[in-house]
Design a protein around this ligand. Structure first.
Ligand SMILES: NC(=O)c1ccc[n+]([C@@H]2O[C@H](COP(=O)([O-])OP(=O)(O)OC[C@H]3O[C@@H](n4cnc5c(N)ncnc54)[C@H](O)[C@@H]3O)[C@@H](O)[C@H]2O)c1
Length: 377
């Protein structure tokens, strides 16, 4: 039996692309009675306040998190600035939803985990693709042994380079802005959610012919070894900007002792070709420089699709589910903080393996991996 819904006040820290989508969704959820916003960029934050009729805006996240009206916090700041607002939220015993990756530094992420355990906080992390119907149906089948014991798995991720180029242009510190840490983490999380086992080691290789001059890699391919199975985890995020997929195109395969599941998620089932530019949705204000796009794989934008100025799809389902979780205690398939920390460790381990050109034992410490990665840069 679920709790009767209680009304909650919510803070959204970071009012950019994702904070804006989550803020709009919050403004439409009946259980959210108060919305406070924060962005270090006052123009962006105030615009969102006006658009969703939010109750409060400040540029100071600490002041907002500590306000009495706030019961729960969404941290949707830039990829490299999750740690401080997340820590303050946990210490103030408020419910927390934080965008992926948890942080970029495994020692910081480990510290967050220790605080989460200390305060017994319920923290969810934004691995939005877990809310897609196709993956939920696969999870149910694998969990119920409909293909027996897994023997091997394959994950192939292709991404338009628009995504990484947008991310890279916002900071000069690109040491950990790698394809696996920033984007591959989504398909790694999905794969491990479905495999539901702990790998022992990884061996990976990277290439950097296309995006190397910007300080990142084009692709990282790795083999994870478990006690009794293997998994190939591959990503390239350097496809041409004209590639019709907005972001993620995924193919996954799971072979078990009693069957197989083959997943086609490249979005080539609905294609639009038009004399009109179809790429506008991927170019919010301030990012108008991208190429025009006249061919597009519909439904390839990971957060969802726009109809009548509203977003429909995984990010709406994920955010609504989190509200149901915190307002009513409903169980949801969100990624928890421990899983998000694991994801960060494994993505960094792939980068380290590629750098050292050797297999990495995954039973390594956060300090070791950060020291070696920094040393090898
Ligand atoms: N769940 C998903 O599917 C998904 C998709 C894309 C991005 N993301 C993640 O969401 C986060 C936000 O991405 P985005 O595309 O919205 O970025 P963005 O650059 O559009 O927005 C980030 C906003 O945070 C603000 N900000 C940064 N540091 C701040 C601070 N200390 N205090 C207050 N405001 C601060 C910036 O001014 C900016 O407006 C990133 O971590 C990204 O990796 C998740």
């Amino acid at each position: 039996m679920y709790k009767k819904m209680s009304e909650l006040g919510i803070a959204i820290i970071g009012c950019g692309r994702v904070g804006r989508m989550r803020g709009k969704i919050a403004s439409e959820f009946p259980g959210i009675s108060w919305i406070g916003l924060c962005d270090s960029n006052e123009d962006i934050g105030k615009q969102l306040q006006q658009d969703i009729n939010a109750d409060y805006f400040t540029t100071d996240y600490a002041e907002l998190i500590q306000r009495n009206e706030v019961d729960a916090v969404i941290v949707a700041t830039s990829t490299w600035s999750h740690f401080e607002p997340a820590l303050l939220t946990i210490e103030n015993k408020k419910k927390l939803f934080i965008e992926k990756p948890l942080t970029l530094d495994a020692t910081q992420s480990k510290f967050l985990i220790s605080k989460i355990d200390q305060y017994d906080s319920d923290v969810c992390v934004g691995y939005t693709q877990r809310f897609r119907r196709k993956f939920i149906s696969v999870k149910e089948k694998i969990q119920n042994f409909q293909i027996g014991d897994l023997s091997c798995a394959v994950t192939r991720t292709f991404m338009n380079k628009m995504g990484p180029m947008n991310e890279l242009r916002l900071t000069q510190d690109r040491r950990f802005l790698t394809p696996m840490v920033i984007s591959g983490t989504h398909s790694l999380d999905m794969s491990l959610w479905l495999i539901n086992d702990t790998p022992k080691s990884v061996y990976a290789k990277s290439s950097d012919k296309i995006l190397g001059e910007l300080g990142t890699k084009d692709a990282t391919f790795g083999i994870f070894t478990f006690d009794d199975k293997i998994w190939s985890m591959n990503i390239s995020w350097a496809l041409p900007k004209k590639w019709p997929g907005a972001s993620y195109g995924l193919q996954m395969g799971f072979v078990g002792t009693k069957g197989v599941i083959d997943i086609e998620d490249t979005h080539r089932d609905i294609i639009i070709v038009s004399d009109y530019d179809q790429g506008k949705i991927y170019r919010p204000k301030g990012r108008e420089v991208e190429d025009e796009r006249f061919v597009d794989f519909l439904t390839s934008y990971p957060p969802g699709d726009i109809y009548a100025n509203d977003l429909w799809g995984p990010m709406k389902d994920e955010t609504f589910s989190w509200f149901q979780r915190i307002c009513m205690g409903i169980n949801t398939p969100h990624t928890n903080a421990h899983e998000a920390h694991r994801n960060l460790m494994y993505t960094l381990a792939m980068d380290l393996s590629a750098k050292l050109n050797k297999e990495i034992d995954l039973d390594i410490s956060e300090d070791y991996i950060m020291d070696r990665l920094t040393l090898e840069l």
